[in-house]
Design a protein around this ligand. Structure first.
Ligand code: ADP
Ligand code: ZN
Length: 607
C-alpha cells in the first residue's frame, strides 16, 4: 500500500508539476496525508509547502479544501494550477453570485480536485452544509500561524477552524506555516486540535540567500550601486522604516532610471493594489515599502531584499529576507546599518510604554538583532542558531564567510569613550563626545568648558569615522545606553563598569569600506542573467523570456506562472529540440507541454 502510494505521488509530481524528485520532507508529508492522517508542517518560505496538500488532494478521492487567508494569493495559485491541468476553483468575496453558483455546482458534481476558500467563507453554515454533501479529500490550513493571537498575522476567523475537526472527524487535516518558533507551533496545535498530528519540521535554512550587512555611509548611493552592479534587471524589495523614507527612496531610484514603486499604508488602496500588481506582473520592478508590504507575496523570482533600516527583530528580518529567492535560485539579503539605527532603536525601546515583561522581550529581540549586525562569524549560523537550529559548518555564502572580518583590540579606546561620557555628565550625544575626544574647540564645548575635562583631546589617534564605529559597537553591545530625552544622550550602564576598571578586554570589528565587487558570484551561484561570458546562451535566454512575456500578456497572468526562471534556465542549458526532450525539463508538466511546448520549441530551434 505504502509503496503504491509513493509511486503514484511521484507520478503526479512528474506528470502534473513536471518535477523529477521530491524536496526534503515533501514525500513523507504527502504519504501521511494520502493515508488519511493529520500533519503539522513547518517549512520555510520557498520550501515547497503547496505540493504537500496539492498532491494528496489530487490522489485522494473527493475534493481537497484549502483554507487560505489572502484573496490575491488564492487567485494566482488557482491560475497557476489551472495551467498545470488541475481541476481547481476558489470561493471568496471577489466572486459574483453567478460565479459562486457555478463553482458550487462543480463541487457538488465532484469535478474539483481542489477548492480554495477564505476562512470566513468556510465557516458559514451554507458552505459547511455543502461540504457535508460531498466527499472531502482533506483540509489544508495554509498560513496556519494566523491562529496565533500573539503573532502579527492574527486572523480571528482562523480560531473557528477547529470546527473542521468536530464536524469532519474522518477527514485528514494538514496545517502549514513558515513561522518557526515553538510558541506559535504549540498555539496552532492547540487551537486547531492537532495534538495527534505528525509534526514535520524542516530546516529553516535558505541556502540560496546570501546574507550581507554593510556599514551605512551613504545609504542611497550604496543601494544604487548594489542594484546597478548586481541586479540591474531584477525584481527586488527595498524596505524602509517610515512612509516618508519609502516615498523619497522610490522617487530617487526612479530618477536614477530604476523602475521603483512605493508601497505603504498611507497610500490609497487602489494605488497600493496597482503597485503590487505591477510588481507581480511586470519584470524588473523594484518595490520600495514599509513592512506593510509582503504578507502573501508569492512571487518566486524576487532576486533581492534590501533593508535601508534595521528591522526590529531577527524574526522580522528572517521573514522579510525570506521573500527573496523562493525559486531556489541565488538571491541576496542586503542591509545597510549604522550608528543612527542603533541610537534610534535604543531610544524607541527606552521610551516604550509597554509593560515591563513586554519591554524585556523587546529588549532581548533588539539585542539579538544588533548582535547579528555586529557579529564577525558566519551570519547564517547565527541566524539559524537564534531559531534553535544548530549548524556545524560556516555557510560560505554570507559576507563574513566570504570576506572574513578583522577585529582589533580596543580596550583603551573603549575606556576613553566611556570615561568621556562620564566626565561630560552623561548628557551628550555621539558627535559632541567625539569632538571632545578629538580635542575640537567648538562653541558648545567652550560653553560647557569641556576643554577642561581630562578626556579632552585624548582620542586623536582615531578619526571621526573610527570613533563612530567604536560608539556604535559599544552601544550595540550594551556598554552604553541611549537616554529617553530624545536627543540621543549616552549614559553608562552596569556593563560599562568592568571595562572602565580594566577588568574586561574589548575587541572591535574593523569596519571597512567594502567597495570591492564582492557580489560577483562563484561559478555555481549562477544568477538568471549571468550569461555574459557566453553570448549565445544570453540570446537564447532573452528569446525565451520574450516568448514568456508575450504569452503572459496574452493571458493576463504574471510571467512566472507560465514558466519559472529556473525552468527557462534549464532550457538554455540543455537546449531541448523535441517535445520529449522538453518534457524532461524541470517545471514542464504534461499540461504546460501541451499548451506551450510547440511555441517554445520554435524559439529554441531558431536560436
Ligand atoms: P512555500 O509555499 O513553501 O513558500 P511553494 O510551495 O510556493 O513554497 O514552492 C516554492 C517553489 O518551489 C515553487 O516554485 C515550487 O514550484 C517549487 N517546488 C516545490 N517542490 C518542488 C520540487 N519537488 N522540485 C522542484 N521544485 C519544487
Ligand atoms: Zn556564513
Amino acid at each position: 500500500m505504502q509503496s503504491a502510494q509513493s509511486i503514484s505521488s511521484l507520478d503526479v509530481l512528474n506528470r502534473v508539476f513536471g518535477y523529477s524528485t521530491f524536496r526534503g520532507e515533501q514525500e513523507a508529508i504527502i504519504n501521511q496525508v494520502v493515508a488519511g492522517q493529520d500533519a503539522l508542517v513547518l517549512m520555510p518560505t520557498g520550501g515547497g509547502k503547496s505540493l504537500c496538500y496539492q498532491i494528496p488532494a489530487i490522489i485522494r478521492a473527493g475534493t481537497g479544501i484549502v483554507v487560505s487567508p489572502l484573496i490575491a494569493l488564492m487567485h494566482d495559485q488557482v491560475t497557476a494550477l489551472k495551467l498545470q491541468g488541475v481541476a481547481v476553483a476558489f470561493l471568496n468575496s471577489s466572486l459574483s453570485f453567478q460565479e459562486v453558483q457555478e463553482i458550487e455546482g462543480q463541487l457538488m458534481r465532484g469535478e474539483l480536485d481542489l477548492l480554495y476558500v477564505a476562512p470566513e467563507r468556510l465557516c458559514q453554515p451554507r458552505t459547511l452544509n455543502l461540504l457535508h454533501q460531498i466527499e472531502v479529500a482533506l483540509f489544508a490550513i495554509d498560513e496556519a500561524h494566523c491562529v496565533s493571537q500573539w503573532g502579527h498575522d492574527f486572523r480571528p476567523e482562523y480560531i473557528q477552524l477547529s470546527i473542521l475537526h468536530e464536524q469532519f472527524p474522518k477527514v485528514p487535516r494538514i496545517a502549514l506555516t513558515a513561522t518557526a518558533d515553538e510558541s506559535t507551533r504549540k498555539e496552532i496545535s492547540l487551537r486547531l486540535d492537532l495534538d495527534n498530528a505528525q509534526l514535520f519540521i524542516s530546516s529553516f535554512d535558505r541556502p540560496n540567500i546570501r546574507y550581507r550587512v554593510r556599514q551605512k555611509n551613504n545609504a542611497r548611493a550604496q543601494l544604487l550601486q548594489f542594484i546597478n552592479t548586481e541586479h540591474p534587471q531584477d525584481a527586488g524589495i527595498v524596505y524602509c522604516l517610515s512612509r516618508k523614507k519609502v516615498d523619497e527612496t522610490a522617487h530617487w531610484l526612479e530618477e536614477q532610471g530604476i523602475k521603483a514603486l512605493p508601497y505603504h499604508a498611507g497610500l490609497s488602496t487602489s494605488v497600493r493594489q496597482a503597485h503590487q500588481e505591477r510588481f507581480l506582473r511586470e519584470e524588473e520592478v523594484v518595490i520600495v515599502a514599509t513592512v506593510a508590504f509582503g504578507m502573501g507575496i508569492d512571487k518566486p523570482d524576487v532576486r533581492y531584499v534590501a533593508h535601508m533600516d534595521l528591522p526590529k527583530s531577527l524574526e522580522s528580518y528572517y521573514q522579510e529576507t525570506g521573500r527573496a529567492g523562493r525559486d531556489g535560485l541565488p538571491a541576496d539579503a542586503w542591509m545597510v546599518y549604522g550608528l543612527q539605527d542603533v541610537i534610534m532603536l535604543r531610544q524607541m525601546l527606552s521610551s516604550s510604554e509597554a509593560i515591563e515583561e513586554v519591554k524585556r522581550l523587546e529588549q532581548r529581540k533588539l539585542e539579538a538583532m544588533l548582535g547579528f549586525c555586529e557579529i564577525t562569524s558566519c551570519r547564517r549560523k547565527s541566524l539559524l542558531g537564534y531559531f534553535g537550529e544548530q549548524q556545524q559548518e560556516a555557510c560560505g555564502n554570507c559576507d563574513n564567510c566570504l570576506e572574513p572580518v578583522e577585529s582589533w583590540e580596543g580596550t583603551t579606546e573603549a575606556q576613553k569613550a566611556l570615561s568621556c561620557v562620564f566626565r561630560t555628565g552623561q548628557r551628550f550625544g555621539v558627535n559632541y563626545l567625539i569632538d571632545v575626544l578629538r580635542g575640537k574647540m567648538t562653541p558648545r564645548i567652550e560653553q560647557f568648558r569641556h576643554d577642561q575635562v581630562s578626556t579632552f583631546g585624548i582620542g586623536e589617534e582615531l578619526s571621526d569615522v573610527q570613533w563612530r564605529s567604536v560608539f556604535r559597537q559599544l552601544m550595540a553591545r550594551g556598554f552604553l545606553a541611549v537616554d529617553m530625552d530624545g536627543f540621543g544622550s549616552l549614559k553608562l550602564t552596569q556593563e560599562s563598569r568592568p571595562v572602565l576598571r580594566g577588568e574586561e578586554t574589548i575587541h572591535f570589528r574593523k569596519d571597512v569600506a567594502r567597495a570591492k565587487k564582492s557580489g560577483r558570484r562563484k561559478k555555481s551561484g549562477q544568477t538568471s542573467r549571468n550569461f555574459s561570458n557566453n553570448s549565445n546562451e544570453k540570446v537564447v535566454w532573452e528569446a525565451l523570456r520574450s516568448k514568456r512575456n508575450e504569452l503572459a500578456q496574452e493571458q493576463g497572468v504574471p510571467a512566472y506562472i507560465i514558466f519559472h526562471d529556473a525552468t527557462l534556465m534549464e532550457m538554455v542549458e540543455y537546449h531541448p529540440t523535441t517535445l520529449h526532450e522538453l518534457s524532461q525539463i524541470s517545471g514542464v508538466g504534461s499540461s504546460k507541454l501541451e499548451k506551450y511546448g510547440d511555441e517554445f520549441l520554435v524559439v529554441l530551434n531558431q536560436c
